[in-house]
Write a protein that binds this ligand. Structure first.
Ligand code: C2E
Ligand code: MG
Ligand code: MG
Length: 444
């Protein structure tokens, strides 16, 4: 029996097929892998963009899955947004490879009724004969592994590994991070953003760091993914926002008119309360919205364009600026982005860092600056590491630059010194000196 929407097998037919293969052998292969795949955020897409778009998505997911299957594999739709696959393989390495491949074919955005939508898939895997010889049990185990994958944020989990590999270290980092937010272990570093024309600092980007008592100093790439997968990104973002606003008000009080940029995670956009929380934080510290910039990556916006548009408008209505981070690494078109209430594009550092040697990268940087100018947007180049890159950007008319050439991200004590001593700092007369302000935002 087939599922009429996707032309895949249905649950019952999948189950029969699994029972059959268990009884009749695995076609010369050693392992029979049962994979259950679930689309994250499907319900939201379905509700936000209509059930028709939801159906289109399921059809296209089925098509991509069929495109990668071998003759010996079986695909079924076994629930609303759940697919199951049966894959005879030679060893567990092949199964892992197949799971990674499924993840990667799901990565390019789906074009649904003219809208680009990105979805992620979580996968749970159980293996015959290692985990059992009973079809029912194998399905249950794959389902259990899927729950662990979703909970821990791992892209796929094999039933056996549930206890040891992926889940446990993750959970302990999660527990540590939960504590760290309240315990004052997080701190902000600030990277100066320089106005290319005036060659003077115009703002700061707040970048979070974690002084982990057990693991040492940690960079965001090591813990932001865990925060995103566990929901801790919401309190973490609020902590960063409050600490950054407090610091920016301290600078303003000393006469330094600097913008402050805070990074938002794609998961922050899921929180409909976010604009209200940002407003409350600005009220608490008496911060001017015109000094706050929220950085959002291109891919975060494209995950759910209609919803992003609504949230972004709420921010800009409050007088806050929006910057698109890591621009150039996503799949969106600049023409689409210009329809959003966006003020600035941050050209991804991968292009800027290579543009001195690589013609193609230089061309991309040039084109983005040119197009952004035509659409009335400012450009910021990230990853400016040497004088040559600075000169090229100045000649191209890039508005702002950030990078190790001017300064890496630094704690506020060093920033105070940098502002006074650096040629890119503020006019010496009014150089502000601020106490570090990171540590006491517990109230929020
Ligand atoms: P991002 O927002 O694109 O930040 C720029 C990253 O590039 C920073 O890495 C910065 O240290 C690095 N960078 C700046 N100039 C140069 C350069 O000249 N050369 C090189 N090689 N790198 C340069 P960092 O601080 O490790 O942050 C990495 C990413 O973590 C950030 O990328 C941002 O996406 C995320 N992140 C940082 N803080 C937060 C936060 O508070 N909340 C959220 N949601 N994400 C954050
Ligand atoms: Mg950023
Ligand atoms: Mg960036």
């Amino acid at each position: 029996m087939e599922d009429s929407l996707t032309n895949c097998r249905d649950r019952r037919s999948f189950f029969e097929c699994l029972q059959n293969m268990i009884q009749n052998g695995t076609q010369g292969n050693k392992i029979l892998a049962v994979l259950i795949l679930d689309l994250d955020r499907f319900r939201r897409i379905n509700n936000a963009l209509s059930h028709r778009v939801g159906d289109l998505l399921l059809e296209q997911v089925a098509e991509r899955l069929r495109g990668m299957l071998r003759k010996s594999d079986t695909c079924a739709r076994i629930g609303d947004d759940e697919f199951a696959l049966l894959m005879p393989t030679m060893n567990i390495g092949h199964t892992r490879l197949a799971a990674s491949k499924i993840q990667s074919i799901m990565e390019p955005p789906f074009l649904l009724d003219g809208q680009r939508v990105t979805v992620k898939a979580s996968i749970g895997i159980a293996l015959f004969p290692q985990h059992g010889t009973d079809a029912d049990r194998l399905m249950q185990y794959a389902d259990g592994a899927l729950s662990v994958a979703k909970r821990s944020g791992s892209r796929f989990v094999i039933y056996d590994e549930e206890e040891k590999d992926s889940a446990v270290p993750h959970f302990s980092l999660e527990a540590e991070l939960r504590g760290a937010i309240g315990e004052g272990e997080l701190t902000l570093y600030y990277q100066p953003k320089i106005n290319v024309k005036s060659r003077q600092i115009s703002g700061l980007e707040a970048l979070v760091r974690w002084n982990n008592p057990k693991r040492g100093f940690m960079l965001p790439d090591e813990f932001i993914p865990v925060a995103e997968q566990t929901g801790l990104i919401q309190p973490l973002t609020l902590w960063v926002l409050n600490a950054a606003l407090r610091q920016s008000v301290a600078f303003a009080d000393k006469g330094a008119d600097l913008t402050i940029a805070v990074n938002l995670s794609p998961r922050n956009l899921d929180n409909a309360e976010l604009p209200a929380l940002v407003l409350r934080a600005m009220d608490t510290w008496g911060a001017a919205p015109s000094r706050l910039i929220l950085e959002i990556t291109e891919n975060a916006i494209m995950e759910d364009p209609a919803h992003s548009l609504e949230i972004l408008h709420r921010f800009t209505d409050m007088g806050i600026s929006i910057s698109i981070d890591d621009f150039g690494t996503g799949y969106s078109s600049l023409a689409y982005l210009t329809k959003l209430p966006v003020d600035e594009l941050k050209i991804d550092k991968s292009f800027v860092m290579n543009m001195v040697d690589e013609k193609d990268d230089a061309m991309i940087v040039h084109s983005v600056i040119e197009l952004a100018r035509n659409f009335g947007l400012n450009t910021v180049a990230e990853g400016v590491q040497n004088e040559r890159a600075w000169e090229i950007l100045a000649a191209l008319g890039c508005n702002y630059a950030q990078g190790y050439y001017m300064s890496p991200p630094i704690p506020v004590e060093r920033l105070n010194k940098w502002i006074v001593e650096s040629p890119w700092g503020l006019d010496k007369g009014g150089a502000p000196q601020c106490r570090p302000q990171d540590s006491s935002t517990e109230a929020l």
